[in-house]
Design a protein around this ligand. Structure first.
Ligand SMILES: Nc1nc2c(ncn2[C@@H]2O[C@H](COP(=O)(O)OP(=O)(O)OP(=O)(O)O)[C@@H](O)[C@H]2O)c(=O)[nH]1
Ligand SMILES: [Mg+2]
Length: 666
C-alpha cells in the first residue's frame, strides 16, 4: 500500500514505454509484411526498439559513510521485500559500489569484481565486458533470509599488506590518518570487492530502474569510474546528510565533487536523514518542524542548493513504518514527500527524451516510405489516364505511346546515374571522416600524453598535458565536422537536381553535428582538470591513483569517440538509401508502364482487363497509404499520452483526425 507512489509511477512509465514499443513493433511488422521496408529503415526501427527495450532509469545515492544511504534505498525502493535487504550498520558498511538492477538474460545473482583488479590496467567499465573476471553468486529471490545473507557480500573486507593496498590506490603512507590503520602485522583493511552488481527480479528493477549504492569514506574519490561515469550519468542523484552530524567538512568535499562532476545539479536532491533523532518525546510537533526547517536552511546555505531540493526524512523510521504498515509513522518519517519529488524529477524528463527519440526515428522512416508510395501512386494515376485515353484508339497511337514510355525510361536512367556517382564520392569522404575516430588514432594520442606525464613527474604540468590531449581530440572532431558539411552539401545538390529534373521532393538529410561530442569532451576535461588539481603533492602512493585516472579519462574518451563513430556512420548510412529507394521505385514504375503498353499492343482487346488490374493495384497502394497514416497517428497518440488509461481508451477509437491529416499533408 505505501509503495503505491513510486511503484505506481514507475509501472505507468514502464507500461507507456511498452505500449510505445508495441506500436513501433507493430508498424515494423506491417511494413515488412507489405515489403515496404528497406534494410536501412528496418535497421533504424530495430535500433529504436532496442533502445526502448534497454531503457533504464538510474538513481545514484552518494554520501559520506554512515549517513544512511543503504537504509534510504531499502526504505524507498525495497520495503515490499518484507525486510531490510541491503546491510546497514554503524560505521562503514557498504564497502564497494553496488548496482541493483535486473537483466532478464541472467539468473538472479550477485556478480562481484575482485579488488585485485585495481592493480591492473582497465577501468571498471572495461572489466564489465570481461565476464570471466567476475565472481557470480546465485541468489534465491524467494528467500528473504537467503537474499539478506547474499547481499552481505557488499560489506566484505580483507586485510592486506599496506604495500598491496597502496598498489591498488587504496592506501597512502603519507596520510597520517591512513597510517594509523596499519595493524601489528603491517596490514590494512580494504574492501574485498571493487564493484558489485546485484541482479534481482524486483518489480521496480524489472521496469528498468537501476539503483546505485556507493560506499562512503573517500571511496568516491578513489574510484574514478564513479566520479567520471556512473554518478554523472544517473538520472537522479540523492546526496545524503545526517541530521545528527550536520554538514561536516568531508560531507561538503564530497558534495562539491558530486556537484562538479555532474556539471549541473538539476538532477540532484539533498536528503537530510535521521530526523527521528529530533523526536525526543518532549518537543511538540511544531518545535520539531521549526528545528527541521532551521537545519534545512543550514544545508541549503552550505550546499548552495535551493531549499525546495532538500528533503528531511527518517529513512529508518520510514522503513519500519512500511514494514509494519504504520501510516502515522510513515507520515512522520516524511519519506513519501521525498518519494514524490524523486518521481517528479525522474519520470517526466525521462519520458520526454524517450518520446522524442522514438518519434524522430519512426516519423522519419514513415515519411520516406510515404514518399515512395506517393511516387508509385502518381505513376499509376498517370498510367491509368493514358490507358483510358487509349480505349478505342488505333494501333499507330499505341506504338507511339510505347516509344514514349521507352524513351522516358532511358531518359530516367541518365539522371539516375548521378546516384551511382554520388555513392562513390560519398564513400571516399566517409572514409576520411571516420579515420579520425578510429581506436588506433586515439591510442596513439593517449600513449603520447601518458609518456609525457611519466617523464614530467610534476603534477603542476599534468593539467597542460591533459589539456593538449583534449585539444587534439577536439581538432579531430572538427575535421570530422568539415567532412560532414561536405557530405551534406553534396546530398543537397543531388536532391536539388532530382527536384528540378524529375519534380521529386525528397526529405532533407537529418541534420548532424559533432557539437554534443565536443561539449562532452569539454565536460570530461573539466572533470580531469579538477581531479588533477587535487594532486598537489605527488607521492608514490598517489601515482597509482593518477594512472587509474588517466586510464579512466582515456577510456571515457574512447567511449565517446566510439559513440561518435557509430553515430557518424549511421548518419552517413542514412543519406543515400532514401534517394536510392526512390530511384528503384521510379525505375520499376517506368518499366511496368512500358510493359503494360506493350501488352496492350500485343493484345489490344485486353485493354479493359489492364485497366481493371491497374485500378485494383492502385487501390492497394492507396490502402497502404491510409493504413500507414493510421499507424503513425496511433504511435504519436501513444507516445504523447502520459496516462496509460487515457491512451488505452483513445487507442480503440479512430485516430484524431487533426493528427492523421497532418501526417499525410504534403
Ligand atoms: N536514527 C536513525 N538511524 C538511521 C537512519 N537511517 C540510517 N540509520 C542508521 O545509520 C547507520 C548507517 O546507515 P547505513 O544505511 O548503513 O549508512 P550508509 O550511508 O549506507 O553507510 P556506508 O555503507 O558505511 O557508507 C545504521 O546504523 C542505520 O541504522 C535514520 O533515519 N534514523
Ligand atoms: Mg551503505
Amino acid at each position: 500500500m505505501q509503495m503505491a507512489e513510486i511503484a505506481g509511477s514507475f509501472e505507468q512509465y514502464g507500461a507507456w514505454r511498452d505500449a510505445l514499443a508495441g506500436a513501433v513493433g507493430d508498424l515494423r511488422q506491417w511494413l515488412l509484411e507489405h515489403k515496404l521496408l528497406d534494410a536501412d529503415a528496418s535497421r533504424r526501427l530495430a535500433v529504436a526498439l532496442q533502445r526502448l527495450a534497454e531503457d533504464k532509469l538510474i538513481v545514484a545515492v552518494v554520501a559520506e559513510f554512515s549517513r544512511g544511504k543503504s537504509e534510504l534505498i531499502n526504505a524507498i525502493f525495497f520495503a515490499d521485500c518484507g525486510q531490510r535487504i541491503l546491510p546497514t550498520s554503524a560505521g562503514r558498511t557498504t564497502m564497494c559500489p553496488t548496482e541493483l538492477m535486473y537483466d532478464a538474460a541472467l539468473p538472479p545473482c550477485i556478480r562481484a569484481l575482485p579488488i585485485e583488479t585495481r592493480a591492473r590496467p582497465g577501468s571498471t567499465s572495461e572489466f564489465r565486458k570481461l565476464a570471466d573476471e567476475w565472481y557470480t553468486f546465485p541468489v534465491d529471490p524467494t528467500s528473504a533470509e537467503g537474499m539478506l545473507q547474499a547481499f552481505r557480500l557488499v560489506s566484505e573486507t580483507v586485510r592486506v599488506p599496506a604495500e598491496q593496498a597502496q598498489s591498488y590506490g587504496l592506501f597512502d603512507p603519507d596520510d597520517p590518518d591512513q597510517r594509523s590503520g596499519i595493524d601489528a602485522e603491517g596490514k590494512v583493511e580494504i574492501s574485498r570487492w571493487r564493484h558489485a552488481v546485484i541482479n534481482f527480479p524486483h518489480p521496480l528493477l524489472k521496469q528498468g530502474l537501476v539503483v546505485l549504492d556507493t560506499p562512503g569514506l573517500n571511496a568516491i574519490g578513489a574510484e574514478p569510474e564513479l566520479t567520471l561515469s556512473l554518478v554523472p550519468s544517473a538520472h537522479a542523484v540523492l546526496f545524503v546528510l545526517a541530521a545528527d552530524t550536520g554538514v561536516t567538512k568531508s560531507d561538503l568535499d564530497m558534495w562539491r565533487m558530486v556537484a562538479r562532476d555532474s556539471a549541473a545539479t538539476e538532477n540532484h536532491i539533498a536528503v537530510l536523514n535521521k530526523i527521528d533523532g529530533l523526536w525526543d518525546g518532549l518537543k511538540t510537533a511544531a518545535e520539531i518542524d521549526a528545528e527541521v526547517q532551521r537545519q534545512i536552511g543550514v544545508v541549503s546555505h552550505r550546499l548552495e542548493l535551493a531549499r525546495e531540493r532538500i528533503f528531511a526524512v527518517s529513512a529508518q523510521k520510514g522503513l519500519v513504518a512500511k514494514l509494519t504498515r504504520d501510516a502515522r509513522l510513515l507520515a512522520a518519517s516524511r519519506l513519501p514527500v521525498l518519494e514524490n519529488a524523486l518521481v517528479e524529477l525522474l519520470v517526466p524528463a525521462k519520458q520526454d527524451i524517450v518520446r522524442s527519440q522514438t518519434l524522430a526515428t519512426v516519423e522519419r522512416v514513415v515519411d520516406e516510405i510515404r514518399q515512395s508510395l506517393a511516387v508509385r501512386e502518381r505513376g499509376m494515376v498517370e498510367q491509368l489516364f493514358e490507358m483510358r485515353a487509349l480505349q478505342g484508339k488505333n494501333r499507330g497511337s499505341i506504338e507511339r505511346m510505347l516509344a514514349r514510355a521507352r524513351a522516358e525510361a532511358a531518359e530516367f536512367e541518365q539522371v539516375a546515374r548521378k546516384v551511382v556517382a554520388t555513392r562513390f564520392v560519398l564513400n571516399k569522404i566517409a572514409a576520411q571522416a571516420l579515420a579520425q575516430l578510429k581506436r588506433e588514432h586515439l591510442k596513439q594520442r593517449a600513449n603520447d600524453s601518458r609518456e609525457r606525464m611519466r617523464k614530467a613527474w610534476l603534477p603542476s604540468s599534468f593539467g597542460a598535458i591533459i589539456g593538449e590531449f583534449f585539444d587534439r581530440l577536439r581538432g579531430d572532431l572538427r575535421q570530422v565536422n568539415e567532412r560532414i558539411v561536405e557530405m551534406e552539401k553534396m546530398i543537397a545538390g543531388v536532391q536539388a537536381s532530382f527536384g528540378q529534373e524529375l519534380g521529386w521532393s525528397l526529405t532533407q538529410p537529418m541534420p548532424f553535428s559533432v557539437d554534443p561530442y565536443l561539449a562532452e569532451l569539454d565536460r570530461l576535461q573539466e572533470l580531469a582538470k579538477a581531479q588533477f588539481g587535487t594532486f598537489t603533492v605527488l607521492t608514490h602512493g598517489k601515482w597509482g591513483l593518477i594512472e587509474r585516472f588517466v586510464e579512466t579519462v582515456v577510456a571515457k574518451s574512447r567511449d565517446l569517440l566510439v559513440a561518435a563513430e557509430r553515430d557518424v556512420e549511421a548518419w552517413i548510412g542514412s543519406l543515400l538509401p532514401p534517394i536510392e529507394a526512390q530511384v528503384r521505385e521510379q525505375r520499376a514504375q517506368l518499366s511496368r508502364r512500358a510493359e503494360s503498353v506493350q501488352k496492350i499492343r500485343d493484345a489490344q482487346d485486353s485493354l479493359e482487363g489492364g485497366i481493371a488490374e491497374l485500378e485494383a493495384t492502385l487501390a492497394v497502394v492507396r490502402d497502404e497509404l491510409d493504413t500507414l497514416k493510421a499507424k503513425i497517428a496511433r504511435t504519436r497518440l501513444l507516445a504523447g499520452g502520459a496516462v496509460p488509461e487515457a491512451t488505452a481508451a483513445a487507442m480503440t477509437e479512430a485516430p484524431a483526425p487533426a493528427v492523421a491529416e497532418a501526417v499525410l499533408a504534403h
